[in-house]
Design a protein around this ligand. Structure first.
Ligand code: CUA
Length: 330
């Protein structure tokens, strides 16, 4: 028993230290306060666990009846103790409630001067739109030290926008708007996860929040995203456009293998059988139609497939066509 005590103390302190160590960095103005509440809950829980389970084991051993009449007192209840072990936890719970309410209120009190960004969830990517007209997929750039408000909706199923480093998470709901706000106090890159199971590629529904200086942000906001395509031939532009728009969440672009959706590699000229019994060949018109009206001609192999409408302009469609052509046998 004596030897076990240091073992358990070490184990206990390792758990506490690990919980502390395992927290992501605090990238949001109010992240530290969320962590304090979390730490408090963790410590109160550990303390209660040791007290309750330890006390139980202690009393079971101490008052174990050896024979029917060994003189062990029979105690049925104790009013004072029963009151205290209900009232003290009640006070702790009320304290935690008030603390949690304060933090929740803070997380839901959107600052009036917040910089607004529209965010859209879809299977399986995040799109962002700024008031200036700048759009991005899988990457949200924001200035440091400014309150940012996200106005969010989904174009298909439930998603959840989760930035661990900011300690915020909010469901994104089709047919409704939800919001969240944060103020990043350090420059850097932060990981966004989808925290609501939303289908096969849920676990790869990532995005990045890039927190940069005000100047850098303005440069980014004013930049022409089409610049990134300068000097590329049409096929390479097609590949880049598809990666930027998150097509690779459902389609392999660089190998002929099915993912959730069919591969887009080497498919030009391939034969397709449609659910209405007709058939056709993958050509320019078919690719364009599949992007603009994904359900118009459903292939028998993907009868239950769902393809989202993704904002793509005519130029980009022609690049995609050229990419698919360039990977296909002549
Ligand atoms: Cu989107 Cu899970």
């Amino acid at each position: 028993m004596k030897k076990l005590i240091p073992f358990f103390t070490t184990l206990f302190s390792s758990v506490v230290a690990y919980a502390d160590y395992a927290m992501p960095i605090q990238g949001n103005k109010y992240a530290a306060e969320v962590d304090s509440l979390y730490g408090f809950l963790l410590n109160v829980s550990l303390f209660s666990f040791v007290l309750v389970i330890g006390g139980m084991i202690f009393f079971v051993l101490k008052y174990k009846r050896k024979t029917d009449n060994d003189g062990t007192p029979y105690i049925s209840h104790n009013n004072t103790l029963e009151f205290l072990w209900s009232f003290i936890p009640f006070l702790i719970f009320m304290f935690v409630f008030a603390w949690g309410w304060k933090l929740y209120y803070q997380a839901k009190a959107y600052p009036e001067n917040a910089f607004e960004v529209h965010a859209f969830g879809r299977q399986w990517a995040w799109d962002f739109q700024y008031k200036s007209g700048r759009m991005s997929t899988g990457e949200m750039v924001v200035p440091v030290g400014k309150p940012i408000k996200l106005i969010m909706t989904s174009s298909d199923v439930l998603h959840s926008f989760f930035i661990p480093a900011f300690r915020i998470k909010q469901d994104v709901i089709p047919g409704a708007y939800t919001a969240l706000w944060f103020e990043a106090d350090k420059e850097g890159e932060y990981q966004v996860f989808c925290a609501e199971y939303c289908g096969k590629s849920h676990s790869t529904m990532y995005a990045k929040v890039k927190v940069v200086s005000q100047e850098e942000f303005e440069t980014w906001l004013a930049a022409d995203p089409m610049k990134a395509y300068d000097g590329l031939n049409l096929a390479d532009r097609g590949l880049k456009a598809m990666k930027t728009k998150g097509c690779n969440a459902c389609h392999y672009l660089e190998k002929d293998q099915a993912l959730v959706g069919p591969s887009l590699y080497g498919q030009f000229g391939a034969k397709r059988n449609f659910v209405d019994g007709s058939s056709g060949v993958v050509d320019e018109a078919y690719i364009r139609e599949s992007i603009k009206m994904p359900n118009a001609k459903k292939s028998v192999d993907y009868e239950n497939g769902i393809m989202n409408l993704i904002p793509v302009n005519e130029k980009e469609i022609s690049w995609i066509i050229e990419y698919i052509k360039s990977t296909s046998k002549k």
